[in-house]
Design a protein around this ligand. Structure first.
Ligand code: HEM
Length: 120
């Protein structure tokens, strides 16, 4: 009786191990791959040039900043003209030769929607 129980439980154990192993082999190989980013060119960027629909290209990324604009600490007239444009220089200098803080840099990823591929 005990012997039979031993055989059965050993068999169940190895079947479970084999199941996990096969399941692992069948898992998609590209699990670690990051989803490809959307590629956005200058023409598409330029179609989002108003405060309500404001995209900017900064350091090779495209950012949808419409939701952020009302929270931006400067006067709206300083940041709004950059909607729809390549704005790396403006971002890096605040248009007055001073860098944004690391806190500002840390906000950017939240608004990233794609990679800027240039063109007009
Ligand atoms: C690209 C056009 C932009 C321009 C011209 C611009 C300009 C400015 C100016 C004039 C100030 C206030 C004065 C000062 O702190 O020196 C400021 C502050 C700030 N901006 Fe911008 N900004 C731009 C884009 C952004 C973006 C895209 C973000 C983040 C998503 C951002 C985040 C901040 C933050 C957090 C501050 C507070 C001060 C700091 O952290 O540096 N700005 N910006």
């Amino acid at each position: 009786m005990m012997r039979k129980l031993f055989y059965v439980s050993t068999a169940v154990f190895w079947i479970a191990v084999a199941g996990l192993w096969i399941g692992n082999l069948m898992a998609p190989a590209d699990q670690a791959a990051v989803a490809a980013e959307r590629e956005i060119g200058g023409a598409e960027l330029a179609r989002h040039a108003t405060p309500d629909d404001c995209w900017m290209a900064i350091r090779g990324g495209v950012y949808d900043l419409a939701a952020y604009l009302p929270d931006h600490p400067s006067r709206p007239s300083i940041i709004e003209p950059w909607c729809g444009k390549e704005a790396t220089e403006a971002y890096d200098t605040k248009t007055k030769g001073r860098k944004h803080s690391p806190e500002a840099d840390a906000l950017l990823p939240k608004y990233r929607i794609g990679r800027f591929i240039g063109g007009s």
